[in-house]
Ligand binder design. Structure first.
Ligand code: BG6
Length: 492
């Protein structure tokens, strides 16, 4: 059994991620008795605060802003283990203070030299911090483990990602690097493999022989909020496709791994990325649709268009929506299109994988044929969680009318009243050293190759960025992408 005792060193302690996700996740882990007894956190931020002020700052954010009622006893237990050190990430003296603090606290909490360096900071600091960690000898070595956790974005293109990876791997080895893709921590995404590989009714038909097409769609209602500066440079392609959508695609399309360890799964995921047909400039023009939200109505309220958002160029060509058709050139998937769609300010928040099966031959129920719906298997990832299978049945009555019926498993997160947030699972896995649910370097590298190819073509031959109304399902060009193949996006 892995020794879970550890000290978490959290860079970016006053940032949004720490307040919104990491501390609530640590609190829930403690409540669920999943934190080790030997554990403490040293948070680092630039704002001046002492330990007590910092603990109160986190407490009031969780209670007031997130509206979570913390159990006083559990919070007291967690907060007594939280320490704060103010210093800027370039400041050598700060790292020396950190070193001294770690030495003291490691004795108090008996964390045995195991350290998690969690970089919840903006990407320009990733390289600086890992180099300082090395320079100040914060890696203890022998008999203990040290891991680094990197939030996205991991680079902004292949070159910057490679550079960053070089910097990080000069300090930590690949098995100690945990690159977060929080989608992998989502329950239903983990369920994709379970559904596929534990049900003998699915795996044999999971191929071009029975499947007509697969749609992976992730729509959001929120806009870019206060992240204009970042988003202008990223766009939906880098922000969602390079990471989350590619991860969903690989899990849906991969071959069964030879075992459930991270290497075997990573190997199969990589094979999917390597089998993706490379886009030519012409394909990029024909098979990828870019969109940008315009003013519109969300939940009855008028909202700004992207170009009116704070920090956005009023003539910006950044896409907030992407729809694309991909081909996986391997034996299983040849001829089956995969359609990916993601966007902000859409009708609703919804992520799902939809597997559309081939239609039956037009021989028996030919009069009703045009009413026959294909079978679909829908994996609802969020906010609804569940699976449903649609098939055709006879409508009760004297005539042979056919209707689609759904067999529905709605998880609703209620099975045992326990609905872990992605970060709970991910933090737990970091502590036990299991990197299965993290993005490995070769996957990151390959998805950047794909994305770079597209963005290069877009910059050389600017492709129209279609406007869509906030509150809609994207530009009509995205519907045409499928209509041209006699298909449609399933709205389920
Ligand atoms: C992040 C993106 O990685 O994922 C955001 O940077 C996006 O732009 C978010 O809103 C979506 O995550 P979730 O869990 O809300 O689907």
């Amino acid at each position: 059994m892995e020794n879970l005792s550890n000290m978490m060193i959290l860079f970016g302690g006053t940032g949004d991620l720490a307040k919104r996700k990491l501390f609530p996740a640590l609190y829930n882990l403690l409540r669920g008795k999943a934190l080790p007894d030997n554990f403490a956190i040293v948070a680092i931020g630039r704002r001046e605060k002492n330990n007590q002020e910092y603990r109160e700052f986190i407490y009031s954010f969780i209670e007031e802003e997130l509206g979570i009622n913390l159990d006083k006893k559990i919070w007291k237990e967690l907060s007594s283990r939280i320490y704060y050190l103010p210093f800027s990430f370039e400041d050598d003296a700060g790292y020396e203070r950190l070193k001294a603090t770690l030495n003291t606290l490691e004795n108090t909490y008996n964390t045995q030299g195991n350290r998690i360096f969690y970089l919840a900071v903006s990407p320009e600091y990733f390289g600086i911090i890992v180099n300082k960690i090395k320079y100040h000898n914060l890696i203890v070595g022998e008999g203990s483990w040290q891991r680094v956790v990197i939030e996205k974005p991991f680079g902004r293109d292949l070159k910057t990602a490679q550079r960053l990876n070089k910097e990080i791997t000069s300090v930590f080895s690949e098995e100690d690097i945990f690159r977060i893709d929080h989608y992998l921590g989502k329950e239903m995404i983990q369920n994709i493999m379970v559904l596929r590989f534990t049900n003998t009714i699915f795996e044999p038909i999971w191929s071009s022989q029975f499947i007509d097409n697969i749609q992976i769609s992730s729509s959001e209602q929120i806009g870019i909020e206060t992240r204009g500066g970042y988003y202008e440079k990223a766009g939906a392609l880098r922000d969602m496709v390079q990471n989350h959508m590619m991860q969903l695609l690989t899990l849906t399309a991969m071959e069964p791994p030879i075992s459930l360890d991270d290497r075997s799964i990573g190997y199969e995921k990589l094979r999917v990325l390597r089998s993706l047909q490379e886009y030519t400039y012409e394909d990029i023009f024909n098979d990828i649709v870019r969109g940008q939200y315009d003013r519109g109505i969300i939940d009855g309220k008028e909202v700004n268009g992207y170009r009116q958002e704070e920090g956005v160029d009023p003539s910006s060509q950044t896409e907030t929506f992407v729809a694309m058709k991909l081909a996986i050139n391997n034996y299983r998937w040849a001829g089956v299109p995969f359609y990916i769609r993601t966007g902000k300010r859409m009708t609703q928040r919804s992520t799902e994988v939809i597997v559309e099966f081939k239609r039956p031959p037009e021989v028996l129920f030919f009069k009703e044929y045009k009413y026959l719906q294909p079978n679909i298997l829908v994996i609802h990832i969020q906010p609804k969680e569940g699976v449903f299978l649609r098939f055709n049945a006879k409508r009760p009555g004297v005539q042979n009318f056919i209707m689609p019926v759904d067999m529905d498993y709605n998880r609703n997160c209620l099975i045992d009243g326990n609905c872990p947030d992605a970060y709970e699972r991910l933090i737990f896995d970091i502590m036990r050293g299991d990197s299965t649910l993290f993005a490995h370097w070769d996957e990151v590298e390959y998805s950047w190759r794909i994305v770079d190819n597209i963005s290069r073509a877009w910059s050389l031959h600017p492709k129209e960025v279609f406007k869509y109304k906030a509150g809609s399902m994207g530009p009509s060009a995205a519907d045409e992408l499928l209509a041209r193949d006699n298909r449609k996006w399933w709205d389920v």
